[in-house]
Design a protein. Sequence first.
Length: 694
Amino acid sequence: MEKDPAKRYANATELLKDLHSLEQDLRIPQIRGSPPGSRLLNRPLIRRIALATIIFCLVASGLLLFQRQRPTETRAFAERNWILLTDFENATGDPIFDQTLNEGLTLALQQSRHVNVYPRSQTFEALKRMARKNVDRIDESTGREICQRENLQVLVTGSIRRSGDNYQVTLRALEPINGTLLFAEREEFDKKEELFTKVDSLALRVRERLGEPDKRIEIHARPLAKVTTRSMKALQHYSQASDAHNRGETESARVQLLGALSLDPNFAMAHQLLAEVYELLGDPTKREEHFQRAYDLRHTLTDRERNMIEASYYADQGHMEKAVEMLKVLIGLYPDDLGGRKLLASCYRELGQLSKAIIELHHVIRLHPTDAHANGSMVILLARANNSKQAIEMYQKAKAVGVRTPELDWGLGLAYLGVGNLNEARRQFHFLEQSEGAYQVIGEIYNVRTTLYEGKFSETIHKLGAGIAKDQKSSNKQPEMLRRYLLANIFHLTGDSELVAEQLQPILSGKLIDLASDDIRRAGALFARIGKIDKAVALLNELQRRVKDAPTYFRKSCYFNLKGEISLAKDDPRDAIQSFLNADAELPWYVSHHGLARAYEESGDLKNASAEWQKVLDARGEILQDGFPPEWILAHLELARIQSRMNNREAARDNYQRFLQIWQQADAIPIREEATREWNQLIKEGGKNVLDQH
């Protein structure tokens, strides 16, 4: 009944305690000087007693009812159910509490293996689907709406207030649909520095109220100050940076994180997030600096955060097998960790284990059907695994639940490209070109890949040249190398070795340390194919140095594949076969099969050559995503030629036909004209022209 909310009781237990005290104090006194046997009652006191008695009875009965209902409400929260934390109201007038309380409570609760805290990043995704723009705070009303849309079981909200020198934190857990109060908790403290301790206490009581066993709480409950930072201001900067990052405000996030680290240089989580920010800003040096610092400080974090950083570190170094081991430990402890499962899917993808990657993403989508990254990655992976029909269905399901992300358009474009629907593929890649940043570049490159698929090389030469000039202007090294690789392949296919060398020369004249191992392998392979063996060997030596420095499966695969190309260029197919087999043992990759097919053919082993060309054809999604698309088209021609030599004319006709159908409108390059002559000769010898019948 107090006008000032800060002076009100936080819960019925505290009120009941005071009423018990009042009951003891309010005794009806005997008035001195009264006649024996008579009592003169004080009427105001009677009214006070009556009022106290009524209140006492009402509160006691209400509290009894609450105590009877509370266990039922607690049992309604099943293990691994989800809660959403709103932004706590700061009524103290002190901005230091803005977001600090909410961030601290989130981090403390995330140590639980019983309670799942809905990620802040997912909250911002939900707001986008709700068409809520410029939302800086998640209040109770918005929180309840998000819970209902995302099927979250409990909403936790609250406030912090000040009364004199005393701070009061009140926390309420609500049933999201009707707003029923499930339970409430309260903490008081005199000094700001006590906030973290009080947040720890609140988190423990919330976990207990939601049914987590005491023994498990004891094991997984490290003090907040020891696993984050002792600086409230640093934690506030981190929280604001995290929100800015989730909103796509990269530069604002960078400034806030630098502010956090100026206050606490050993704040590991701030280093980790800043590494992600610098990656988005295209600064690999600073990204590496802060990522390494986060890894060095990982022992100051919770088990959950430490496992995630270690797994990310191994993945970043190319040690995917070790990363997978760490992520399995993480998911064993926290089965619903979305970030862990998404990173595990990425590692499996890098290892070529697409089916396992798809399983992990299915788990994420089952938990959160609207997870944008998981849905986008799933569509891309399905297209890569040649499951284009499933990819299209997954795209439609994601759109139906309101998911919007450029990754979906990218994946759908790849799926349409995989089934040869080039118009729809271009349409999706055009959507990407209308985006900003990295997705705009992806849209440009995949539109070029689609044109290359048709064999229209003269049309793509100008586009790739313009793209290279733009990349150089913006110092965007990775897309520049990819465009040069595609352009050099065109010149190699059209028989202009000088132009091939011209596109590859910047790789040798630049800093090799700035290039990815695959860029070096690609350049070396083309140098070998045009007879520039000395330059190919120079790049092989760089890969050998990298393998010695860090013998990851990917680096070793790049090394052996390039070694095989050099052996082929030296007319040593036997050594080439062994090198490509070594590469395939490191990583099952279409590049090794492409090399083996040529090496077996060169050695006269047509049976194995035929089998390897078929493996290249089976890697359609992989080639269309990562390679030179004409390689997949040309594999039909190469297989047809071998089948013809093996007198398997029916199979040869099918592959010649497939090749010429796809390249009906292709440029008149020599290899297409040769294939047409070979086809006509085969038909002349074997009967009807099957192509004309279609």
